[in-house]
Design a protein around this ligand. Structure first.
Ligand SMILES: [Zn+2]
Length: 331
C-alpha cells in the first residue's frame, strides 16, 4: 500500500511509485460473468457501508466498479498535522482523500474506481443547511439528469447486473447521499432506454437494484452492546433506535452479505482513511473490539428485481437468481 502523503496526492501528476508500478487497468469491456456497480457519495462511504461486500465479490472474480460522486472536500480532518487542508483553510482535502480512496481500493482488491464525471466535477456539498451547500460545483445543486448522464456511460460500459446505492434519504440525510441516490436511480432508468444517448452505447437494463440498509434490530443490538461496553460518546449513545436519523425497518431488509471472511480487508480499508476514520478511539474502535454485527454483515433492501430467499431468511447473494447468460443478452 502507498503511504499517505499529500505531496504525492495530485491526481493529475502520477507519483514516481505509481509510474514504476502502474495500477492494473480495468479492461474496456469487463469479461467477468458477474458485474457489480456501487454508487457512493464520498471516499470512505464505500468501505464503511459495503467494504466487505466489495472485497468478497472482487475476491470471487466478479467485476466490481465503484463510482464516487464527490471527493469529500468538506470532511472534517482527524489528523491534526493535516488540519490546514480543510475546506475553510487551504481547501485541499480532496488531494488526500483521493489517495486514501486508492489505498482503500487496494485493501478491498477492487481496481475499477471512477469519480462521477471525472475527478473534481462535483464537489462535496457539506452537511444539510450549511453554506457549503451553495458552493460552485456542489453535488447537491447538480442537475440530476446531467449527473446521471455520466453514470449512464459507466453502466453501458460495464453492463452491471447489480447496482448498489442508498435509499431516498441517502441513508442518513446527507445532501450528497440523497443526490447519489437520485442520480443512481435515474441513471439506471436512462441506461435502459434505447432512445437515450445512443452514442453512450447500447441500452442496458440492470437486473437487480439494492439500497444499503442497517436494520433497526441490528442498531438496537448495537445500542445495547455499546451501553454495556460503557460507551456513551458515539452516535449510538441514544435511548432508542427511533432517536437515530438512520436505520431501515426490518421488514424492508431483504438481503444480508456475511462479510466475516473479508473483515481483514474491510478493516484495512478503514485504516486507509486516517483523515476520516479513527480506528483507535470512538465508535469504530469499540465496535471493532466488541464485534458489532453491522461491521461484518452488510444489509440491503432490494428495490428492483426479486430477492431469492424464503420468508424467514435473508437473501445471501446479490447475484442470486441471475443466470450467467443475463450478462451477454444485450451485448
Ligand atoms: Zn458520505
Amino acid at each position: 500500500m502507498r503511504t499517505l502523503s499529500p505531496m504525492t496526492a495530485n491526481p493529475t501528476a502520477p507519483s514516481e511509485a505509481s509510474s514504476t508500478f502502474p495500477a492494473a487497468q480495468p479492461p474496456a469491456t469487463p469479461t467477468a460473468a458477474r458485474r457489480l456497480l456501487l454508487v457512493h457519495a464520498h471516499p470512505d462511504d464505500e468501505v464503511i457501508g459495503t467494504g466487505a461486500t466489495m472485497a468478497g465479490y472482487a475476491a470471487e472474480g466478479a467485476h466490481v466498479t465503484l463510482v464516487t460522486c464527490t471527493a469529500g472536500e468538506e470532511g472534517e480532518i482527524l489528523v491534526p498535522e493535516l488540519a490546514h487542508l480543510a475546506a475553510d483553510r487551504e481547501d485541499r482535502l480532496a488531494e488526500v482523500r483521493v489517495v486514501e480512496l486508492a489505498n482503500a481500493m487496494t485493501a478491498l482488491g477492487v481496481d475499477d474506481h471512477r469519480f462521477l464525471g471525472g475527478f473534481g466535477r462535483y464537489r462535496d456539498s457539506g452537511m444539510m443547511g450549511t453554506p457549503a451547500n451553495d458552493k460552485p460545483r456542489a453535488f447537491w445543486n447538480a442537475g440530476v439528469d446531467e449527473a446521471a448522464g455520466h453514470l449512464v456511460a459507466v453502466v453501458r460500459e460495464i453492463r452491471p447486473q447489480v447496482l448498489v446505492t442508498y435509499d431516498e434519504n441517502g441513508g442518513y440525510g446527507h445532501p450528497d447521499h440523497i443526490q447519489a441516490h437520485r442520480v443512481a436511480m435515474r441513471a439506471a432508468e436512462l441506461a435502459a432506454d434505447p432512445a437515450y444517448a445512443p452514442e453512450l452505447g447500447p441500452a442496458w437494463e440492470i437486473t437487480k437494484i439494492y439500497w444499503s440498509a442497517v436494520p433497526k434490530s441490528v442498531l438496537a443490538e448495537g445500542i445495547r452492546m455499546m451501553k454495556e461496553a460503557g460507551d456513551t460518546s458515539g452516535f449510538l449513545a441514544v435511548d432508542s433506535v427511533d432517536d437515530l436519523p438512520f436505520g431501515t425497518d426490518d421488514a424492508l431488509v431483504t438481503t444480508c452479505i456475511d462479510g466475516s471472511a473479508y473483515m481483514r480487508n474491510k478493516r484495512e480499508g478503514m485504516h486507509a482513511y486516517p483523515t476520516q476514520i479513527s480506528m483507535e478511539e470512538g465508535f469504530f474502535a469499540l465496535s471493532n473490539a466488541i464485534g458489532l454485527e453491522f461491521m461484518s454483515h452488510e444489509y440491503f433492501q432490494i428495490v428492483k428485481g426479486v430477492a431469492e430467499r424464503s420468508d424467514a431468511e435473508f437473501e445471501k447473494d446479490l447475484f442470486a437468481g441471475i443466470a450467467p447468460a443475463d450478462g451477454t443478452a444485450q451485448v
